[in-house]
Design a protein around this ligand. Structure first.
Ligand code: ADP
Ligand code: ADP
Ligand code: MG
Length: 651
């Protein structure tokens, strides 16, 4: 076995790999960019090497620098995690040429599966069912559009080099094809440096079911059952589980056989996943699944498989890479109970899951849940930042219980006790999804989230009681150490009689006015609004409402939802009112396309520009009819909050 390995990744997966390596007595080397100088994976590893600036292209994607770091530190092998260089065959070859071991499959296997079009051709030959579509070389609009007509709408355009749901467009009819193609190609080029696409039949009532496979260097290959990853937004998984709800023995046998056949067709070694798209319109059937792609790496959702099989997949990866045979035969691999994983993302579900950034000023996970096993895989600690440079995933919560019902209940409970402040997160959305009737009953399909998006992303407004608690929490002196205990700060004035303090908080666009009076018993009496006769709300020191105070803000937790109020800084107030009628960048990014010019009259909902951020394209549309006074320039790199469009004053 290796003495020391380097982990060519960051965040949650780097932390995950370090944990197993440590258990096996293997020393670890982390690599990090400027933005990750103090990141959790850096703090955890035995050694850490700085590899470059924050942009992934200059750090986590800089293969030569990473290989040099392994050589400098005496690491014998490199674990790529997922994303970044994990599926890059050129990198594998360079690692091997440097005399190091790549903890993953051979470059040939990655190459065979790396491009979705070639992989599909290969799988067809191996006798694995493949989604009907066009996987050829022609890329001209007219030719692809005619292929789409032959396939029959709806069709899906996919980047052949795609991953993470990027560079993919669902097209409902021929009219929408040209624009969708252009957008898919642009996104594919930006994210993967390869604009080529394939077109395939969009399977209706689709479910995403994948099979975990494992091979070794001695010609053995096994499967570790399936995972259902149908809960997706923007073709990206958010909740995954194993086993797949409604799976019967015959369908499981057909799917796992096809998966092992696919792995054997490329003499696969290491951990891999065969993803199938399933037509679930009439339940699961042995003849209603098709090969979609193979991910030649560990998968984000691998913990659900670990929970039901009791196998540590990273340990198996290390053993196989070191040349050992698979630790178990197919007969020795069994599944028990049900496991569910939820991905906690910094993103705003109410704004179409727009990725968010921010510093996690407050971050708390529960230690355990009743009647189930809880595992939290986090890449960050309190105080760490979610930057625009990398994937906005914060952590994964995984629960294992005897039944699906208990696992869902345990996970909901764990999410409701998780607290994050400092960035917008998807916790509330996740619990609403777990409680959804169809989801809870196992009636899964990949369109479920989009279909119910409104209900799944509607957050109940703050109740007066919460506002009062927020006001109480911010009623101390605004600065200095006293701020941590507003109660003592305010009651200090109590000697001079019942002083009334005015307090203003900002809830979105609305100002929340309050009058605060300290009571003799140390509680605060709070009247909301201007009404002198408003019934006071009494907030005691031991009020059970969960809140977090962080610079300039206070967050109130209610179930899994977090409602954040701004605590205005009086000096800044004047500045903000001068804002005017403008659209600002919701996050740092690149102005990719500008669709309107100064003096243009635009209609509400009309696309004005495309902002590329976190490798995705976000179309910024006009919030109302108006005339453009100023607009950002194409190609400009903008910061969070930068002005993108200003409208002329109406009248
Ligand atoms: P896919 O979406 O490709 O089928 P997964 O759902 O397992 O597979 O997601 C893999 C994705 O995770 C990558 O495509 C990448 O966008 C993202 N990723 C890469 N590195 C990290 C990381 N360190 N932490 C979290 N996510 C990452
Ligand atoms: P990526 O590499 O980005 O993960 P995939 O090919 O695995 O791309 O597709 C991602 C998701 O898109 C799938 O999980 C599924 O929800 C959806 N999808 C892909 N192909 C089809 C299809 N032919 N019909 C319906 N949905 C599909
Ligand atoms: Mg996929």
């Amino acid at each position: 076995m290796f003495q020391k390995i380097l982990i060519a990744n960051r965040g949650e997966i780097a932390v995950r790999v370090i944990k197993t390596a440590r258990q096996m007595g293997i020393a670890t080397v982390a690599v990090y960019s400027d933005a990750d100088r103090d990141a959790r994976h850096v703090r955890m590893a035995d050694q850490a090497v700085h590899i470059g600036p924050s942009a992934a292209s200059e750090s986590y994607l800089n293969g030569d620098r990473i290989i040099a770091a392994a050589q400098e530190t005496g690491a014998e092998a490199i674990h790529p995690g997922y994303g970044f260089l994990s599926e890059n065959p050129d990198f594998v070859e360079k690692v091997e040429a440097a005399g190091l071991v790549f903890i993953g499959p051979s470059s040939q296997a990655i190459r065979a599966m790396g491009l979705k079009d070639a992989a599909k051709r290969l799988m067809e030959k191996a006798g694995v069912p493949v989604v009907p579509g066009y996987h050829g070389d022609t890329q001209a609009l007219v030719a692809l559009a005619s292929k789409a007509n032959e396939i029959g709408y709806p069709v899906l355009i996919k980047a052949r080099a795609g991953g993470g749901g990027k560079g993919m467009r669902l097209v409902a009819d021929p009219d929408a094809f040209p624009d969708a193609l252009a957008a898919a190609q642009r996104e594919a080029k930006a994210a993967f440096g390869d604009e080529r696409v394939l077109v395939e039949k969009y399977i209706e009532t689709p479910r995403h079911i994948e099979v975990q496979v494992f091979g070794d260097k001695h010609g053995n290959a096994v499967h570790l059952f399936e995972r259902d990853c149908s809960a997706q937004r923007r073709h990206q998984k958010v909740i995954e589980e194993a086993p797949a709800p409604g799976m019967d023995a015959l369908t499981r046998e057909a799917m796992t056989d096809a998966a092992v056949k696919a792995a054997k067709a490329i003499s696969y070694s290491g951990a891999g996943t065969i993803e199938f798209i399933v037509d679930a319109s009439e339940g699961l059937r042995p003849d209603r699944f098709w090969f979609m792609e193979m991910n030649t790496r560990l998968q984000v959702e691998h913990p659900v498989t670990e929970m039901i099989t009791g196998i540590d997949l990273v340990e198996w990866q290390l053993r196989v890479a070191a040349g050992e045979p698979l630790p178990r035969t197919q007969d020795e691999i069994a599944a028990h109970g049900h496991a569910v994983e939820a991905r906690l993302y910094a993103e705003d579900a109410t704004r179409d899951f727009l990725p968010a950034t921010g510093t996690l000023h407050h971050l708390k996970f529960p230690e355990h849940v009743d009647g189930a096993r809880l595992r939290v895989d986090a890449g960050v600690s309190e105080g760490d930042a979610i930057t625009p440079f990398y994937d906005p995933m914060i952590a994964k919560l995984i629960v294992h219980a005897p039944t699906r019902e208990e696992a869902l209940e345990g996970l909901t409970n764990a999410l409701e006790r998780t607290e994050v402040a400092g960035s917008t997160v998807n916790l509330g959305f996740l619990t609403r999804l777990l409680r959804d009737d169809d989801f809870a009953a196992g009636r899964l399909e990949t369109g479920l989230i989009a279909r119910k998006q409104e209900a799944l992303t509607t957050v109940a407004p703050l109740r007066d009681r919460h506002l009062a608690v927020a006001v109480a929490a911010t009623s101390g002196t605004a600065t200095g150490a006293d701020a941590s205990d507003p109660f003592s700060a305010i009651s200090g004035y109590g000697h001079f009689g019942p002083l009334v303090h005015r307090r203003t908080l900002v809830d979105g666009e609305d100002a929340v006015e309050a009058r605060v009076t300290a009571q003799g018993d140390g509680a605060l009496s709070i009247r909301l609004g201007d009404d002198e006769a408003a019934r006071p709300i009494i907030v005691r020191r031991d009020d059970p409402t969960r809140i977090a105070r962080w610079p300039g803000h206070v967050t109130v937790f209610e179930g899994a939802d977090a409602l954040t109020l701004k605590v205005p800084d009086r000096l800044q107030a004047a500045d903000e009112s001068a804002g005017g009628d403008r659209l600002s960048a919701p996050m740092p990014g690149l102005v990719k396309v500008v669709r309107a010019a100064v003096n243009d009259t635009v209609k509400k909902g009309q696309p004005l520009l495309v902002l590329e951020a976190m490798k995705m394209e976000h179309t910024i549309t006009a919030p109302h009819d108006g005339v453009v006074a100023e607009i950002a320039t194409e190609g400009a790199q903008v910061n969070d909050g930068a002005m993108l469009v200003r409208f002329q004053d109406a009248d």
